[in-house]
Design a protein around this ligand. Structure first.
Ligand code: SF4
Length: 372
């Protein structure tokens, strides 16, 4: 059995680590490129969402390297995600591939469902092996999230252009190579310290929060590296979504039946008070939370035709108006062009700079008036 899975940000690193430690042979699809897009779009329905097409491209590239088993997440809810795995299976079967597809469904309070699904994949390794594999994988997830957070917080202040991105790549490689929890922690600490040492904060940079559909937010190829580009424009970036947080809520707490209402869901309530699929409601709630924390703007990312993000996009102008926070939406598909994305980012940053200057002038005026 040679297992593969779709790429999404740094997910391949902990997942490969866990599966290999459980004794499986893993074929990681190569990073997404124009070839992945071409393969995915050629064999997907035209109106399928962009992540669906990239997944198909990933599978085909992994099949070419010998993969014969796909591990995919399942889902339910108002959007199309619940059908992803089934439709992908049909497409690949029609293309003549012979493979197994294992769909990990959300456990919904039943931990035994999750464990049975894993046992089906791995046979029945002893509990010690399972614990060790997951312990290390979880440490890697947390390390990668922390390194990404640090990179987004420091890139705006780097003393040498591109230095933080290079340090992040080096640290990610070290986390990937780490063979124990201790080695992972050391790689994380070294990476965080190196990035902090490269940053010199002379003034508070503009702060932008990124919200949106999870795949587009996490996968830099799908969003054309917007977080990195904003950082290089001198903007401090914070992302509302990280792999670790998502797994904690949607797998662990859900499996144990301990899932509680999250702050972003509560914050969204005046604007949208029911689940709209994907991360649509969270996009609204996180925008509210960023506004309360004094961020200069919010960037919403999603794939073109993503229903939950379209719902959120329709609500965000009201949030923006009522809470006074600028919001911009970028939707991606195989036709999105880098130049257009860059121009829109630059215009958004300029708008926020002007707002900040205007605010500064107003408060200067206010001080003078009160001084008189
Ligand atoms: S959340 Fe959006 S991108 Fe994801 S499956 Fe649903 S519609 Fe497609």
């Amino acid at each position: 059995m040679k297992v593969t899975f779709p790429r999404m940000g740094y997910l391949d690193i902990p997942l490969r680590s866990i599966l290999q430690d459980l004794g499986l042979t893993v074929v990681t699809p190569p990073p997404c490129t124009a070839r992945t897009v071409a393969l995915g779009t050629r064999h997907s329905p035209e109106f399928a969402c962009y992540p669906f097409k990239l997944n198909i491209g990933n599978y085909l590239e992994a099949f070419a390297q010998g993969a014969d088993t796909i591990l995919m997440a399942g889902g339910s809810g108002p959007c199309r995600f619940g059908y992803y795995a089934q439709v992908q299976r049909e497409i690949l079967t029609d293309l003549g591939y012979q493979f197994e597809m294992l769909v990990l469904e959300p456990p919904r309070g039943q931990i035994d469902v999750l464990l049975r699904q894993l046992a089906k994949l791995t046979g029945h390794p002893d509990l010690r092996t399972v614990w060790r594999a997951f312990r290390l994988g979880w440490e890697k997830i947390n390390a990668l999230d922390a390194l990404e957070r640090k990179a987004m917080a420091t890139r705006a202040y780097e003393m040498q252009r591109g230095a933080v991105t290079r340090l992040l790549a080096k640290a990610v490689k070290e986390v990937d190579a780490a063979a124990s929890v201790l080695e992972t922690r050391l790689a994380r600490r070294r990476g965080e310290e190196a990035m902090a040492a490269m940053a010199k904060k002379r003034r508070q940079a503009l702060r932008i929060g990124i919200v949106g559909e999870i795949y587009t937010v996490l996968e830099p190829f799908a969003n054309m590296r917007v977080a990195e580009r904003l950082g290089e424009m001198g903007v401090e970036v914070e992302r509302a979504l990280f792999l670790g947080d998502w797994i904690r809520t949607n797998l662990f707490l859900d499996a144990l039946g301990l899932r509680r209402e999250r702050p972003e869901v509560r914050a969204a309530r005046p604007f949208v008070n029911h689940f709209v699929g994907g991360e649509g409601r969270e996009s609204v709630g996180n925008t509210v939370l960023y506004s309360k924390r004094g961020f200069d703007g919010v960037l919403q990312l999603g794939p073109l035709t993503c229903m939950p993000e379209i719902v959120a996009e329709g609500i965000l102008p009201r949030v923006s108006r009522e809470l006074g926070i600028p919001c911009m939406t970028l939707m991606f598909d195989e036709h999105a062009g880098e130049a257009g994305i860059l121009t829109r980012l630059e215009a958004f940053v300029e708008l926020m700079e002007r707002r900040r200057r205007a605010k500064g002038e107003r408060s200067e005026g206010g001080k003078m008036l009160s001084g008189n």
